[in-house]
Ligand binder design. Sequence first.
Ligand SMILES: NC(=O)C1=CN([C@@H]2O[C@H](COP(=O)(O)OP(=O)(O)OC[C@H]3O[C@@H](n4cnc5c(N)ncnc54)[C@H](OP(=O)(O)O)[C@@H]3O)[C@@H](O)[C@H]2O)C=CC1
Ligand SMILES: O=CC(=O)O
Length: 350
Amino acid sequence: MAAAAFLCARAAAAALRPPSRGLSRRLLASRVAAASSSGEGGGGVEFQGKVGFLGLGIMGAPMASNLIKAGCDVTVWNRTKSKCDPLLSLGAKYEPSPAEVASSCDVTFAMLADPQSAAEVACGAGGAAEGLAPGKGYVDVSTVDGATSKLIEERITSTGASFLEAPVSGSKKPAEDGLLIFLTAGDESLFKRVAPLLDVMGKSRFYLGDVGNGAAMKLVVNMVMGSMMVSFSEGLLLSEKVGLDPSTLVEVISQGAISAPMFSLKGPSMVKAAYPTAFPLKHQQKDLRLALALAESVSQSIPTVAAANELYKAAKSLGLADHDFSAVIEALKAKAESSQQQQFVQLSCH
Ligand SMILES: NC(=O)C1=CN([C@@H]2O[C@H](COP(=O)(O)OP(=O)(O)OC[C@H]3O[C@@H](n4cnc5c(N)ncnc54)[C@H](OP(=O)(O)O)[C@@H]3O)[C@@H](O)[C@H]2O)C=CC1
Ligand SMILES: O=CC(=O)O
């Protein structure tokens, strides 16, 4: 079972593709109903309990918002309390700690920045585990490494509650549109229980077996994405250097075999040196760092990813950590400038 991946076919949800900007309350509510009545997932029991949501950043806020719009009874918490306000205006309740959210809800989702914050919010003082008990569920949708996920699982299940890791593929807009891809692993009955909720927030869900497999799948996907972005950046800069219009390159790529939504989406703003944050560069670098450790654990060589990681680190040191990850192109520009300066110094010295 651990190695087997099951994509749950959800014909009803697939038929309910969202409009281009966000999902209407009616559409979201119908998604809950469709997923609940589809009968798949061990009975497709309708989710009627209370839902907690911890972490209202770029991803957590629209995910929680979609649950509220779908008619779920949602209680939120965020370290920076002001980020709860838009959700409270939509009808969410508030509790002052992760423990209190978990104790007042049947199932609690967590969407935190990194392994450290995910572990702290789940297992630290006032953390979710303190409010959990048998019958409750904890679903961590943050991108972390398998070891962190297993540590969280151990603490959560020690309370008698059940645990599901469920990192997501898809960025800010897919989160707004309810089009995320869930990469889940862990307690299969919890997976089935929260399926109607996952179907509100996402377009598909994979169940991958043991805890760690969801994290690993997410890291592999994101290491490919991070390297693709570096390669794309190199292409944009080279095209410009040799006198081509990089906007034309974006168009050419969009029509061929290497076309990818990411290139079409990010390319036009990258050409204008604009990097509105959808996926923060610091998180992409974190994912590459974790993917490198994953590869190391099985002695797998991933030299392209290692090189890409260095570039994201350089971009962070240029102050670009909170920009979109497409700002990695600025690290390449800085490299080109510094090698030009070095050439100039060498020429002047001779
Ligand atoms: N953005 C994207 O496109 C995608 C991101 N992801 C992953 O999802 C996760 C969240 O990403 P995103 O929403 O973009 O990130 P953000 O940086 O926007 O949000 C991070 C969240 O974590 C909270 N947080 C950070 N440190 C702590 C801490 N020590 N204690 C408590 N809370 C903390 C923040 O709280 P506060 O508001 O107080 O800072 C905030 O709620 C990451 O793991 C990321 O890799 C996955 C898919 C896509
Ligand atoms: O983790 C980022 C994403 O776009 O997926």
